[in-house]
Design a protein around this ligand. Sequence first.
Ligand code: SF4
Ligand code: SF4
Length: 173
Amino acid sequence: MPDFECACCGLCCKRDPYYAVSLLDIETISAGLGMSPVEFFNRYCAVVDTPGGFRYPVILAPEGCPFLKDKLCGIHNIKPIGCRVFPESSLLPVTILKKSVRAIQSCAILSLPDSDEPLKTDHELMAKRDLSFEHTKAYFEEREDFDEPSWAVAKDNLIKVLSDVARNYRPWS
Ligand code: SF4
Ligand code: SF4
């Protein structure tokens, strides 16, 4: 599988109007910023209906992600799981992945040789990403906004599920 080395141009952190955060990301990022979860959410986030038909919490990025600093992620060690698995998360063959980023001319993905295989990726992290998204979508499905007590229960439940993945996971490649 092809390896990918990011050129750190920062442009993929500017191209979308928002970036997804999971239930657990809300805790990790708010703690890292020294804020309460509700303070973090009210200052940086919103619940949106995505084009894919989901309600999901996101970091709003009308002029690029607010955490992008000098082309690099200013919260790299605590960034959302969706950001951690990009661009491998698409699991698209490299040839198709290249088409999806062709608007970003400086993206190092465009320099990769064409291939029918996806990029080399961390499948345990991907499994955690999928579970995080699933639990987060389920929690926010009926919600307009952030409610800290019920979020804390849902987030603790997600932590338990993710620790089971770590205990039971057997890589398949
Ligand atoms: S959190 Fe970091 S990696 Fe994610 S969009 Fe913002 S700057 Fe980019
Ligand atoms: S646009 Fe491509 S090269 Fe630039 S930071 Fe994003 S993934 Fe890396």
